[in-house]
Design a protein around this ligand. Structure first.
Ligand code: PEP
Length: 250
């Protein structure tokens, strides 16, 4: 079965609720009737309710940028899967490199977050990717394999039904440098092989693996035309409705 591409916006720490409302006012007409791809917007938590209300009844789903592994508790600044579900949120990003780089996210906490998100039924976009020194030292495949094995630890294929992986080479995030489509496809093949080891061949052949790292309207179609690339996780270029719509319609 062909894999339906998923095009996801990661707004990072940008936009207020008013700016979120304005985005959807301008964005939804540009993608209305677009069913070829699944479209998701992941705003900061403060905007989730506004985004959900603005996108209601449309072809755009809303995701969070992080999730905690406990249902509730004394965890200041965190949000649980149950809280996201209560708001109507269907997707979540887990293990983004900025969380790993600036907020102490480890392979183990990524695993705990991912497990909780999948168990709650959230479509979970698990981010993996190497830093520049690792690529230059020929360690990319090892890093991707390690991040995948650790992230998938003790998750069954059944529980992983809503798993999506995003390959995001850290050196390409927000830098304007993009992996060539061929290079991205090679990394995706490594991830798919690792998923096959953990979850089995059938699961791996249906697993969606997104590319993220300076995706723009100008490079979206060459990336998306790679058979191994099942969509995109878009940061900077997703903040503008016209630019994100152009990527969705690559
Ligand atoms: C991201 O935030 O996941 C990302 C890929 O950012 P950018 O598109 O800006 O490189």
């Amino acid at each position: 079965m062909p894999r339906k591409k998923l095009i996801a916006a990661n707004w990072k720490m940008y936009k207020t609720p008013d700016q979120t409302r304005d985005f959807f006012r301008d964005f939804l007409p540009l993608v209305s009737g677009h069913t070829r791809d699944e479209i998701v917007v992941c705003p900061p938590d403060i905007d989730l309710a506004t985004a959900h209300g603005s996108a209601k009844g449309s072809n755009v789903a809303i995701g969070a940028q992080n999730v905690h592994w406990k249902p509730e508790g004394a965890f200041t600044g965190e949000t649980s899967a149950a809280m996201l579900l209560a708001l109507g949120i269907t997707h979540v990003i887990v293990g983004h490199s900025e969380r790993r780089q600036y907020f102490g996210e480890t392979d183990d906490t990524v695993n705990m977050r991912l497990k909780a998100a999948l168990e709650a039924g959230l479509t979970s976009i698990c981010c993996v990717g190497e830093v520049l020194e690792e690529r230059e030292s020929g360690l990319t495949d090892d890093v991707l394999r390690r991040q995948c094995v650790r992230a998938f630890h003790t998750i069954s294929a059944k529980k992983a039904a809503k798993l999506v992986v995003a390959y995001e080479p850290v050196w390409a995030i927000g830098t304007g440098k993009t992996a060539t489509p061929e290079l991205a496809a090679e990394a995706h093949a490594v991830i798919r092989r690792e998923a096959a080891e953990v979850f089995g061949d059938e699961f791996a052949s249906g697993l969606r693996i997104l590319y993220g790292g300076s995706v723009k309207p100008e490079n979206a179609s060459s990336l998306m035309s790679q058979e191994e690339i099942d969509g995109a996780l878009v940061g900077g270029a997703s903040l503008d409705p016209k630019s994100f719509a152009a990527i969705v319609k690559y």
